[in-house]
Design a protein around this ligand. Structure first.
Ligand SMILES: [Zn+2]
Length: 467
């Protein structure tokens, strides 16, 4: 796919040499030893062998990356940052019981807590090679402060490219929904706040560091009216749509009972299938559901760890890919995936799908890396900007150290990265700017974030206990 912009004319700011390169471009180009040339926030050149002498001579910084693998920065397509404060709870529950246990705690969050949870979630992902992060925030208690603003500030501080959802819930228990009434907003308030979030924060520029997504939470926490109106609002404002779909058998039963159809038919009926939409999970999909996603270009955020943690099931990823459905990876909220880093999903995407009917033919290590990079970029509608190491694309690049104890005997660098233990990040660039070097976060103090997060988690637990 051609880049959106012409290659930059600036002087090379960074030349990287002697690393293996998995470009994740359209034909899967790899180099056993190659070079990358970066100018400002864009890739100027990628190829085998040393960099051309003219670039080497003019480079502001020359980096010898022997023993390392360069890949596009990882893209996380589903998360709930605030859940960093409620990890390790309801350990043995399925989705609906887990939600019912946690809603009362979540509804006591405030701006300081959400800001801290966002910093922790972003730091955890960044040190594991994520350069673009999406967050689906949908809990907005009255008087809690500017929750979305707190997330935006955190992403700006950490330097991670950010897609933020203004999510919503308006279907409380008294109206037949799953969340308690005190955890939901009115339909009108949710729509007004969503529009305000887009107007305030959304940047449509091709190298944007911040975009807003319209994202009502799920079929069992949102009215049909809010789903329909959210789709109309997003299309009027030119932004993307996201929600949870087809996650569990309980959700499927809920949709059949309440709407007389399964989740995918319900989404189609409410205007929620399209190339501007992606959904988290999509575990319980029939052949017809998959064909509907493929026909409309609707994307999927595959979250294998969360699906296992909540006993939801195994998504049919090989069938989705065979049908041409765009698929990315997501950690999901860290109350249902305490790991919080994307390598877990990279590895589990391969392993979990091999437990399904496709067995050893389910997914290769390279397909998994593609989901975490180019696939994620496509799901977020940003495939012309990020997700592959192609000249003209944005300089979101990760160098993984593969010469240490954990990886040194795996000859194939992609297999080492995907199947081996989490690889240390030697360098992570977002928009050409280093955010991690030698395994250390450069934009914030990890120890301070850990201490602050622990204090805020205890404050939230206390507030919930006092309620
Ligand atoms: Zn989720």
């Amino acid at each position: 796919m051609p880049p959106t912009d012409q290659p930059p004319s600036e002087e090379p700011s960074l030349v990287i040499e002697n690393c293996a390169i998995a470009t994740m471009d359209g034909v899967g180009t790899e180099h056993a030893s190659g070079h990358l040339v970066i100018a400002g926030n864009r890739l100027l050149a990628v190829g085998p062998g040393p960099a051309p002498a003219s670039y080497r001579a003019r480079a502001a910084r020359l980096l010898d990356a022997t023993g390392q693998l360069a890949t596009p920065g990882l893209v996380n397509t589903h998360h709930h940052f605030y859940q960093w404060l409620t990890r390790g709870l309801a350990q043995n529950a399925h989705l609906f019981d887990w939600l019912v246990a946690l809603y009362p705690v979540w509804s006591r969050i405030d701006e300081a807590m959400v800001g801290t949870a966002a910093r922790a979630s972003l730091a955890m992902m960044a040190r594991g090679g994520v350069t673009t992060a999406f967050d689906h925030h949908y809990v907005f208690p009255r008087g809690a402060g500017d929750l979305l603003g707190a997330e935006v500030r955190a992403a700006r501080e950490l330097g991670v490219r950010f897609m933020a959802a203004r999510g919503s819930m308006d279907l409380g228990a008294s109206a037949g929904g799953l969340p308690p009434d005190f955890a939901v907003e009115t339909t009108e308030a949710a729509l007004a706040a969503t529009e305000e979030a887009v107007v305030t924060h959304h940047d449509p520029a091709p190298d944007a560091m911040l975009r807003i997504v319209v994202a009502p939470c799920s079929p069992f926490s949102v009215t049909t009216e809010l789903l329909r109106e959210s789709a109309a609002l997003a299309r009027r404002l030119g932004v993307r749509l996201h929600t949870h779909g087809s996650e569990t058998v309980e959700e499927e039963a809920f949709c059949h009972e309440r709407f007389g159809m399964g989740p995918t038919a319900y989404f189609e009926d409410t205007g929620w299938l399209g190339s501007d939409v992606w959904m988290a999970h999509c575990v319980h999909m029939s052949d017809a559901d998959i064909a509907a996603f493929a026909r409309t270009g609707t994307g999927v955020a595959h979250c294998p760890s969360s699906n296992a943690r909540l006993a939801a099931g195994i998504a049919r990823v090989p069938d989705l890919l065979a049908a041409g459905v765009p698929v990315g990876l997501g950690v999901d909220g860290t109350a249902s995936n305490e790991s919080g880093e994307l390598h877990t999903e990279l590895r589990n995407a391969v392993l979990v799908n091999r437990l399904g009917p496709w067995r050893e033919r389910a997914l290769t290590a390279r397909q998994a890396l593609r989901l975490a990079t180019a696939g994620g970029a496509e799901v977020l509608g940003r495939q012309a900007e990020i997700g592959s190491l192609t000249p003209g694309r944005l300089a979101d690049v990760v160098l993984w150290r593969l010469d240490g104890l954990g990886h040194s005997t795996i000859e194939d660098p992609v297999a080492a990265l995907v199947l081996g233990p989490p690889a240390p990040v030697a360098l992570s660039l977002v928009n050409g700017v280093p955010i991690v070097e030698d395994g250390v976060l450069r934009t914030a103090d990890e120890a301070e974030i850990a201490a602050t997060a622990r204090a805020e988690a205890r404050r939230l637990a206390q507030r919930a206990a006092d309620a």
